[in-house]
Design a binder for this molecule. Structure first.
Ligand code: DAK
Length: 256
């Protein structure tokens, strides 16, 4: 596919996707979702890529869904736009490998929702977060009503969605919406370090943990604990897990 919006780089087992429509602050349109799905089609079967980073070009991560595209939609098109976007974000969330949002600037509306569909959010000090849909007379459409409360708690989700306030990276850190705040020029270095740390684990423990945490949150505690126990048992058939334990006992690094 000839990508027009995404810039894709794969190096050292880490894929980096840069959303590049800076003239529209990287607003998400139908073509973005088509390109991201195409990229995920290529990525999912690969076992040489161990982490994915998503970032934006210019002063925005993503300033929301593309208002210029949405303004012309009828109910049928709005529904299609919604389901296509939701399915894409679910797909990202369910990806086997960890996904990091490197939030370089505005993450508003659909942009904050995209960041929340990633596993972690590392933010530049310049980043701003919010769900300003209220200002457009809309409600969020890519699951902010659900993901924001799960990530930051009910009070913060109600506050951000009902007031449409935009918050700083430091405030986002305070409410647990981001995991770390960096100087702008250090953002990608910090993110790559984090990605490399997970990508360097040669066992199945990273994808296995992600799968249990992601699936377990939709279960009751007992059922989720059982899922953990089943997966815990399965890893004893993995050579890499045996190697990890043996290496510890032999006081050496695992040969992964
Ligand atoms: N869509 C389209 N264009 C956008 C945009 C957006 N979300 N945000 C910015 N742009 C465009 C601006 O129109 C402007 O274009 P030109 O006038 O130069 O052609 C260019 O990007 C630069 O923007 P500004 O001139 O406004 O830049 P400033 O630095 O002055 O301001 C800003 C930056 C981020 C504060 C401001 O651009 C802004 O307030 N942007 C809108 C933020 C916003 O309201 N975002 C939420 C969008 S609503 C759904 C699913 C999801 C959603 C809805 C439904 N379904 C499933 C149905 C999600 C909705 C949203 O995300």
């Amino acid at each position: 596919m000839d990508y027009q919006i995404l810039k894709i780089q794969i190096a050292d087992r880490i894929a980096t996707v840069t959303i590049s429509r800076p003239a529209a602050l990287n607003a998400l349109n139908t073509n973005f979702f088509k390109e991201l799905n195409h990229f995920l089609d290529d990525l999912e079967p690969r076992d040489d890529v161990k982490a994915l980073v998503i970032t934006g070009e210019g002063k925005a991560f993503v300033a929301g869904a593309d208002i210029a595209e949405m303004v012309h939609m009828n109910a049928e098109e709005g529904y299609a736009f919604s389901t296509f976007g939701q399915r894409t974000f679910d797909r990202l969330e369910q990806l086997a490998i960890p996904v990091i949002a490197a939030v370089n600037g505005y993450a508003l509306g659909g942009g904050c929702e995209l960041a929340m569909a990633c596993d972690f959010r590392i933010a530049s000090k310049l980043a701003k977060f919010g769900q300003p849909e209220m200002n457009l007379g809309m409600i969020p459409g890519y699951a902010a009503t659900q993901r924001l409360s799960r990530i930051t708690g009910l009070g913060n989700a109600l506050y951000l969605i009902l007031t449409a306030d935009t918050i700083s990276a430091d405030d986002a850190l305070r409410i647990g919406l981001v995991q770390k705040v960096t100087e702008p020029e250090q953002l990608m270095e910090e993110v790559m370090k984090l990605a490399a740390k997970m990508a360097g684990n040669g066992s199945q423990a990273v994808p296995r943990s992600k799968r249990i945490i992601r699936n377990g949150i939709a279960m009751d505690f007992k059922e989720a604990s059982e899922l953990e126990a089943v997966e815990f048992g399965k890893q004893f058939s993995d050579e890499a897990t045996k190697e990890g334990m043996k290496a510890f006992l032999e006081k050496r690094k695992p040969a992964w």
